[in-house]
Design a protein around this ligand. Structure first.
Ligand SMILES: C[S@@+](CC[C@H](N)C(=O)[O-])C[C@H]1O[C@@H](n2cnc3c(N)ncnc32)[C@H](O)[C@@H]1O
Length: 310
C-alpha cells in the first residue's frame, strides 16, 4: 500500500513567528483594550507593553530598526503573551511582573513584599535636597518607612559621605531593601532597622529625616483600583483619615532631628487633610519639575515651635 508522507521541502516556508515590532504592537493593543489602571511606574499601555517585551527579550535602551525586525521565536512570544495576560487578568502592575523599576536614575529590584517606588521625593534627592540643606554638611540621614529601600539608597548615593539609617515595620519589605542595598554595595553606610517608626532608634540626631509613609484613608482605600491590592496594605493604609503616620512623624521627629535639620514627608492626596488639621503650621509644600506633589518640608526650628502643642 502506498503511504503518503508529509514532509517540509526546502521551499516550504517555516513558521517564523512575529517580529519584535509586531509583538509590541499586539501587546499594546491587548492592554489598551482592557480596563487597567496605570500609575505604578508607567502611565500608558504602550509603555507597559514595552516593559514586558524588554523584560522577556532582555532588551535595554533605544531599539534600532534591526532590533524591531528581529523574530525572537515562539517561546519568547508566548512568554510575553503570558505576562500580558497576567497584567490583564490579575491586574498586576507591570513592575511586579518585571521586578525592576528605576528610581532617581537607579535600577532597583522590587517584588510584592514592598511598595512600588514612585515618590516624587526622588527628584529632591537628585538635587541633594537643595536649597534646603548645604549638602557638604549632611552627615546623617534617616528614611522612615523605607520599603524597597529606594529613598535610602538614592540618599546614600547622593550623599557619599553620609551615614543613612532606614527603618521599616515590615520585615518582608526590609528583605527587599537588603537585596537593593547589596546590589549597590552599601552595607557599610546604610543601616536597615526593623522598627515601629522611631522606636528602635537612638544615637546622634539626623540632618535629614525623610519619609514616604502610608497615608491612604479608609474611604480612599476602598476606592483604589485593583492594581493596589498587590501592594502591601501596611504600606498604604494609615487609619480612617490617612493621618496616622503623619501625626506620629510630626509628634516624634523632633527628638531625632539636628538643630539645623529638615523633615520631608510625602502625604499625597492627604495634603488637604494635613492643611486642615494643622492649619497654622508653616509647611513648605514642595514643587517638582517632573510632576507629583503632596510633599511638605519643615525645618527643625519650626517643628520645635509647633510640635510643643501636640
Ligand atoms: C508608602 S510605603 C513607602 C516605601 C518607600 N519609602 C517608597 O517610597 O517606595 C510606606 C512604608 O512604611 C512602612 N511602615 C508602615 N507603618 C510603619 C511603622 N509604624 N513604622 C515603620 N514603617 C512603617 C511600610 O511597611 C512601607 O514600607
Amino acid at each position: 500500500m502506498a503511504t503518503k508522507t508529509v514532509s517540509h521541502s526546502r521551499t516550504t516556508p517555516r513558521p517564523r513567528g512575529s517580529t519584535v515590532q509586531q509583538i509590541l504592537a499586539r501587546s499594546t493593543r491587548r492592554l489598551a483594550a482592557a480596563t487597567l489602571h496605570y500609575g505604578h511606574g508607567t502611565d500608558n499601555p504602550r509603555d507597559d507593553a514595552a516593559a514586558l517585551v524588554f523584560h522577556v527579550l532582555g532588551l535595554a535602551g533605544e531599539l534600532t530598526a534591526r532590533d524591531l525586525a528581529r523574530r525572537p521565536g515562539k517561546r519568547a512570544e508566548l512568554a510575553v503573551e503570558g505576562l500580558v495576560s497576567r497584567r490583564i487578568r490579575e491586574r498586576i502592575p507591570v513592575v511586579y511582573l518585571t521586578q525592576r523599576i528605576w528610581f532617581a536614575g537607579l535600577p532597583l529590584y522590587v517584588d510584592e513584599r514592598a511598595l512600588i517606588p514612585r515618590s516624587p521625593i526622588a527628584e529632591l534627592i537628585e538635587l541633594q535636597f537643595q536649597p534646603w540643606v548645604v549638602p557638604g554638611r549632611v552627615k546623617r540621614i534617616l528614611d522612615v518607612g523605607t520599603g524597597s529601600g529606594c529613598i535610602a539608597i538614592a540618599c546614600a548615593l547622593a550623599f557619599p559621605r553620609a551615614q543613612v539609617d532606614a527603618v521599616d515595620i515590615s520585615p518582608q519589605a526590609l528583605e527587599v531593601a537588603r537585596i537593593n542595598r547589596r546590589a549597590y554595595h552599601l552595607e557599610r553606610r546604610l543601616r536597615l532597622v526593623e522598627s515601629d517608626y522611631f522606636s528602635a532608634l537612638k544615637g546622634p540626631p539626623y540632618d535629614i529625616i525623610v519619609s514616604n509613609p502610608p497615608y491612604v484613608g479608609t474611604a480612599e482605600f476602598k476606592g483604589l483600583p485593583a492594581e493596589y491590592a498587590h501592594e502591601p496594605q501596611g504600606a498604604l493604609r494609615a487609619g480612617r483619615d490617612g493621618m496616622d503616620a503623619v501625626r506620629v512623624l510630626l509628634r516624634e521627629a523632633l527628638r531625632f532631628l539636628a538643630p539645623e535639620g529638615i523633615l520631608v514627608v510625602e502625604v499625597g492626596n492627604t495634603e488637604t487633610t494635613v492643611r486642615r488639621q494643622f492649619r497654622n503650621w508653616p509647611f513648605i509644600w514642595l514643587e517638582f519639575a517632573r510632576g507629583g506633589g503632596g510633599v511638605f518640608l519643615l525645618g527643625a526650628a519650626d517643628l520645635r515651635r509647633m510640635a510643643k502643642d501636640l
